[in-house]
Design a protein around this ligand. Structure first.
Ligand code: COA
Length: 416
């Protein structure tokens, strides 16, 4: 029988092949961006971390990694492989190319010392089999501007227009203080990525909307949005398409929301990737004006379970022993012990320890499930209710839920 892996092997990306890689990737997503648009991304292609599958000369599979760190509750960010640009040509699907690239990519990441891998998925059913679990749920909004009243308005004059240069110089610190220092689940944005995001704004990428509008409360918060002009009959019916709104303090955050919900000639504000514990519903008098739905979640996959679990701090002390099953690395048992100061130790437990009664396995689950709960964004009891986790010791689910609970839910306000 013909085995595709004999002829189409994943390999690295050669010198000068960045554009060919980006073209292949863009085609796989049915976007077919022009070379001029794709050129913008060349500086952030990490050639030594890129995997392609080739059929002869032709690139028929793509997989890229953004070298990153991921914020965790109460601790220093951990080394993270931001998996992106995953795609396989229509002519080469369902022959194992994604699996081959993913297995190689995750093995490379583990070898480099990445503690976790993270990604956004085009379809929710693809990545669980590779150990990725939903770690940060996110919402999209559609806000009916006419009905929006703020309960306790702040001085909207705090909001100023920002130049690209001001944004590049000051917004990274706001993202750090407003999201990464407060929440788990946020990737870092190195300067080159800020430059890709804000450095150009080709009209072909605007989907019929205006150029990007940049505003900020200097040093405290920022928002980027576009405006889609539209008239229904003779009435202005435009839309503010909010790209990102982040603030390090509550007053700046509300000033920015007041600004984006008060743009002339618009009737709605739509936004993408908001955290489920967002402040906005509590700022306005009628939260029913805010129609929220599911937005793509952030998925993570633990690569080094003890390092990942020990990297964060915990809400409550306690100990649990968890047996974890994974198709890529097999089954392993870990004991997590959290001291009264919230700091944790985690180590693998041998079969001899569990068989000898030294440690009892309290919980058993897939790596996908453990990856979902480690940042506190998904509750352990929810997964048990969905039969995704087995409780062997009474009270272990409640104990782990109390330990992993967080003040602010995980959130990455941008896709990568
Ligand atoms: C999704 C995609 C990358 C899959 O590539 P592929 O080479 O066909 O996948 P493989 O043959 O290696 O399949 C690996 C496994 O994933 C499953 N799978 C593949 N595509 C899937 C999909 N769209 N939904 C659910 N499961 C899928 C396969 O059934 C297989 O499962 P198994 O090994 O457990 O039996 C490819 O269809 C694609 O490029 N789609 C468009 C771009 C895209 O959506 N990329 C993902 C971006 S996050």
């Amino acid at each position: 029988m013909h085995d595709e892996r004999d002829t189409v092997r994943p390999s690295g990306l050669g010198d000068g092949e960045e554009l060919a890689f980006l073209r292949a990737m863009s085609g796989q997503f049915h976007e077919d961006e022009s070379d001029a648009e794709l050129e913008r991304y060349v500086p952030v292609v990490e050639r030594d971390r890129t995997i392609v599958a080739r059929d002869g000369e032709r690139i028929v599979g793509t997989y890229a990694v953004r070298t990153a760190t991921l914020s965790v509750p109460g601790g220093a960010p951990v080394a993270c492989a931001g998996v992106t640009a995953v795609g396989v040509a229509q002519t080469h699907r369902r022959r194992g190319l994604l699996r081959a690239m993913m297995e190689q990519g995750l093995a490379d990441a583990r070898e480099r010392g990445d503690v976790v891998a993270a990604l956004y998925a085009s379809e929710a059913s693809i990545y669980g089999r590779f150990g990725f679990g939903v770690s940060a749920r996110q919402l999209r909004y559609r806000l009916d501007r006419a009905g929006v009243r703020f309960r306790d308005p702040v001085e909207v004059g705090l909001v100023e227009p920002a130049t690209v240069e001001q944004a590049l110089a000051t917004w990274p610190a706001i993202l750090e203080a407003g999201v990464r220092a407060q929440r788990g689940g946020c990737l870092d944005m190195p300067a080159a990525h800020w430059q890709v995001w804000l450095g150009s704004d080709p009209s072909a990428a605007r989907d019929g909307a205006s150029a990007r509008r940049l505003v900020h409360v200097p040093g405290r918060g920022y928002a980027a949005y576009r405006v889609k002009g539209r008239y229904t009959d003779v009435l202005p019916d435009g839309e503010v398409v909010l790209l990102q709104l982040v603030a390090a303090d509550a007053e700046a955050e509300q000033a920015l929301w007041q600004h984006v919900t008060d743009v002339d000639l618009t009737a709605t504000v739509s936004s993408w990737l908001r955290p489920p514990d967002d402040a906005l519903p509590w700022m306005i008098t009628d939260p029913m004006r805010l129609r929220a739905g599911e937005a793509p979640p952030l998925y993570t996959r633990l690569l080094d379970v003890p390092a990942a679990l020990a990297a964060r701090t915990y809400r409550a002390p306690g100990a649990v022993t968890v047996r974890v099953h994974d198709r890529l690395v097999g089954s392993h048992t870990y004991r997590l012990e959290v001291a009264s100061d919230g700091r944790a130790d985690c180590a693998e437990v041998t079969d001899a320890d569990t068989a000898g009664g030294h440690h009892t396995v309290d919980l058993e689950c897939s790596l996908e499930s453990l990856s979902s709960v480690w940042l506190g964004g998904v509750r352990v009891c929810e997964l048990r209710a969905a039969r995704r986790l087995v409780e062997h010791t009474d009270g272990a689910v409640a104990r782990l839920d109390a330990m992993v609970a967080v003040d602010r839910l995980p959130w990455t306000p941008f896709e990568f």
